[in-house]
Design a protein around this ligand. Sequence first.
Ligand code: HEM
Length: 516
Amino acid sequence: MAMVVLTAVLVLFVTLFFRVAYDTFSCYWLTPRRIKKVMEEQGVRGPKPRPLTGNIMEVSKFISQSTAKDMDHIHHDTVGRLLPHYVAWSKQFGKRFVYWHGIEPRMCLTDTEMIKELLTKYSTVSGKSWLQQQGSKNFIGRGLLMANGDDWYHQRHIVAPAFMGDRLKSYAGHMVECTKRMLQSLQNAVESGQTEFEIGDCMIRLAADIISRTEFDYGYEKGKKIFHLLTVLQGLSAQASRHLCFPGSRFFPSKYNREIKSLKMEVDRLLMEMIQSRKDCVEVGRSSSYGNDLLGILLDEMQKKRGNGFGLNLQLIMDECKTFFFAGHETTALLLTWTVMLLASNPTWQEKVRDEVKQVFNGATPSVDLLSKLTTLNMVINESLRLYPPATLLPRMAFEDIKLSDLLIPKGLSIWIPVLAIHHSEELWGKDANEFNPERFSTRKFAPGRHFIPFAAGARNCIGQSFAMMEAKIILSMLISKFSFTISESYRHAPIVVLTIKPKYGVQVYLKPLNN
Ligand code: HEM
């Protein structure tokens, strides 16, 4: 009897061993080779990958060289600095080329018709790759940004109402109040003698305050620790994306993994506190519903769908909270920071926007209905998003074989859309592509969704796009009515990419209160 059991265990063990060995071999060798062959047969080549690490080292070397120094003056020709590997390889191999992030093949795609086809027609059979999910697992988990397939579809439908219609409009009041507080603190600082301000820091705090209050009914002061920990986790996750990641690597007890784990546990603890206090309010009868905001929607959904599958859903709610805490403030803060930098160094446009705001609001507080009349401000914001798109790259992995025009994209190939390069292309935007010229957005010629894609496009576009635009218009119109701003001598123009495109040393401006 013992012999039979032993043989059965042995057979099971050997089968399992061969299964794992085959899967590993297939994942590390067969599939990448198959993809390489299919692409080479179609004339799409690229730099030679090293075993296991692919071209990761070369990309790191390119970027550390190109960003080693600041830019010599304020200009916007940033593609060579931020995507040097794209510039070098597109010269060598043509507009379409494949490079390797470890064992993941990535095809760079700039053809705007194909991009449109991918983002609109194939949104359900493409998504975030395993490597990407691993890179951001500890930071935003399986929230909407990293979800795929049916999970993504359900998550998107659950949270969408928080960013539409009257609910979206109702956030304007909070945005105005938060901005007033920020402007008052700037005014107080000016009165106490401060002239120079790092505007990036103010914008991060303001955008964080706004997303905390509107979606979680949680002020910045209370949520400050969550934002801080998420920022640290984001930095560590960005480091991870430059290193090799393979199945099981997260279990290694390295210093890096330990640090990530303890930060993640702390964020989860703080989020649990926030969620629990909302639940307690309903349970002790202090409130009859979970609320009308994003957290309320998520808690309602959890009760509706699975009364007892609590644990699993709670983790997803925490992941969703992290996703929105992160995605809901950093990108918008960067848009605001870059726009202030552009206006501070272009006084004519600053004056134009100020005149328009004065005319439209006539001294009154911004209201949603009037925001659509700020056409010049809208043009400036678009130009800022074109020159400094917070998300410089859009990634999509094909989950099945697809055809883009006449090009076969085999299952498992990741497509990387270099948004920054498309936004700076002379072919698409003309000779002045690297110049700040909001006038180009005065006509509808620029084809949104094709060569202007700061919020992506198709079903998987940015869910917070209208929220972000409303917020940006409210904040900028209020700031520009209260202060005039010029760029400080201490500002060093040094954009860098750490998942998003950031000013390396912040943006220092001189603020001067206006007498109105
Ligand atoms: C200027 C501000 C913003 C920019 C430039 C921006 C840009 C983007 C881009 C390019 C994507 C697609 C990413 C990808 O698929 O890889 C995206 C997705 C997303 N954004 Fe934004 N975003 C901004 C503001 C916001 C705000 C304010 C929120 C939330 C309140 C938000 C929440 C999200 C979420 C949850 C997704 C994932 C959507 C999905 O996969 O279905 N974003 N954003």
